[in-house]
Design a protein around this ligand. Structure first.
Ligand SMILES: [Zn+2]
Length: 453
């Protein structure tokens, strides 16, 4: 570790993350995935002392896409995680800035709360909160970059850093209080805001709301939280993050929450485990979005990169039948990631393999009880190993049962690495695909005949 003057600050942040008070102030920090459900941080409020305050940027520049400071006290919260027009944030690529809140008169501030929401790095809050009454000697409202605020009449109240180790997004809530008394008497509060990261230009936090509680003021009223059209959740250990956008299917939101979410949470990591390859890291963020049938051009669902599009009308019809299985199939495409690895590919993977692997996983591992990929008498005549989808899934199941439990993982690995060709079958089984097909069809024939008895 490099010895530098930043170390004391790092220690302070670490202590705060453990909930230790800084100076006189306690800083409670929490994250939520939706609807601002925090355990100790209060929900966003209206009619607080900040509602009628005046806001002024003393250093830095407002981003042209930002709503401006009115977003911080308009009694409205964003409805989803990426709404620049509903948030206050400093300009992209800048190192934040100073925002002054003038309460109009000196009050006894009981607590200070701030809220933010974003999918990734703009969710966290990194700022120092200062206060002043107005008559401090040398109090300055002109803050040049590098100004040491405590030498310009401002008192440091608290330092805030909600950056999670995992750098995941979500809703961040901060509440600053003193143990058993008000924070202090202030007319001016000043946020000295830093970006959460400087790796790219998009590290300035999306602040959605600031609440200041007057110790002598009336009780505040919680802001009505819009029912989000975005369902956001992670796997239990937080490794994979998902969003389901139901803007075009609000009637399906409850079904998504109750029925689809558990399938996604348990099956995405399982599929990742089923389809490993050397050095491969499966996408950690997956988006699902309902789209109108007309935009889907009749497709029930498809995956493009890490985005899964779902046909609203088709899903409404199939809720009790094919809906969940279709999502399992599309999640397998996200994990396959063949297109992302295409650059170094020597060969392109035939479509029947691209579709056969997801259907094998869906019909034989996810929902074997549905027997949806059995070869029927009427389908038998034309069933070929490369018929694609569930017929190929059936062929793969035969090979898994008869020859090699690792076969699908091996096939996926060569396909992902752009190394699949027809020799794969001879190298893996000592037989060509048509030879294996003969054995598979004989097995199908036997099963069909047995079922007749
Ligand atoms: Zn597919």
């Amino acid at each position: 570790m490099q010895m530098s003057s930043t170390i004391p600050a790092t220690i302070v942040f670490a202590l705060m993350l453990l909930g230790v008070s800084f100076g006189q102030a306690n800083v409670a920090m929490e994250t939520a995935q939706s609807e601002y459900h925090f355990k100790t941080v209060p929900p966003p409020a209206m009619d607080d002392a900040a509602s009628k305050a005046e806001y002024k940027i003393l250093r830095g520049k407002l981003d042209p896409n930002s709503a401006g400071a009115e977003a911080l006290h308009n009694d409205k919260m964003p409805a989803n995680e990426d709404q620049p027009g509903e948030n206050f944030f400093f300009a992209a690529g800048t190192d934040g800035g100073c925002l002054e809140i003038d309460l109009g008169r000196t009050i006894s501030v009981k607590q200070f709360a701030s809220y933010s929401w974003h999918a990734t790095t703009r969710a966290a809050q990194v700022y120092r909160l200062y206060g002043a009454i107005g008559d401090e000697a040398g109090l300055s409202h002109n803050i040049a970059p590098g100004t040491e605020l405590t030498k310009s009449g401002w008192s440091l109240i608290a330092s805030v850093d909600t950056r999670p180790e995992s750098k995941l997004g979500g809703q961040h809530g901060v509440c600053i209080t003193a143990a058993d008394k008000p924070l202090g008497r202030f007319r001016y509060l000043l946020l000295d805001v830093s970006p959460t990261e400087t790796v790219d230009a998009f590290g300035n936090t999306f602040f959605s709301e600031i609440d200041i509680y007057d110790a002598d003021g009336p009780a505040t009223v919680p802001i009505a939280i819009p029912k989000s059209s975005l369902l956001a959740f992670t796997t239990s250990e937080g490794k994979y993050r998902f969003t389901i956008d139901t803007t075009n299917a609000s009637d399906l939101r409850d079904w998504c929450e109750r029925e689809l979410r558990p399938v996604v949470q348990s099956w995405y990591p399982k599929i990742v485990e089923l389809l490993p390859s050397d050095g491969f890291m499966a996408p950690s963020r997956v988006e699902l979005r309902f789209q109108d049938e007309s935009r889907m051009r009749g497709n029930p669902a498809y995956a493009s990169g890490t985005m899964i599009s779902l046909n609203t009308q088709w899903f409404r019809r199939e809720l009790k039948r094919e809906a969940r299985g279709a999502v399992v199939h599309e999640m397998a495409h996200v994990v396959q990631s063949y297109a992302q690895n295409r650059q170094n590919a020597r060969t392109s993977t035939p479509g029947w393999i691209v579709e056969g692997i997801p259907d094998y996983i869906r019909w034989y591992l996810y929902e074997p009880e549905s027997k949806g990929a059995e070869i029927t008498e009427s389908a038998f005549a034309s069933a070929a190993y490369d018929s694609s989808y569930r017929v190929t899934g059936n062929f793969f199941d035969f090979l898994m049962r008869t020859y090699d439990q690792d076969f699908v993982a091996k096939l996926n690995s060569v396909a992902r690495n752009g190394r699949y060709d027809a020799n794969f079958w001879m190298e893996t089984f000592g037989k060509t695909a048509p030879e294996l097909e003969k054995e598979w069809r004989a097995d199908c024939r036997k099963k069909i005949d047995q079922a007749k008895k």
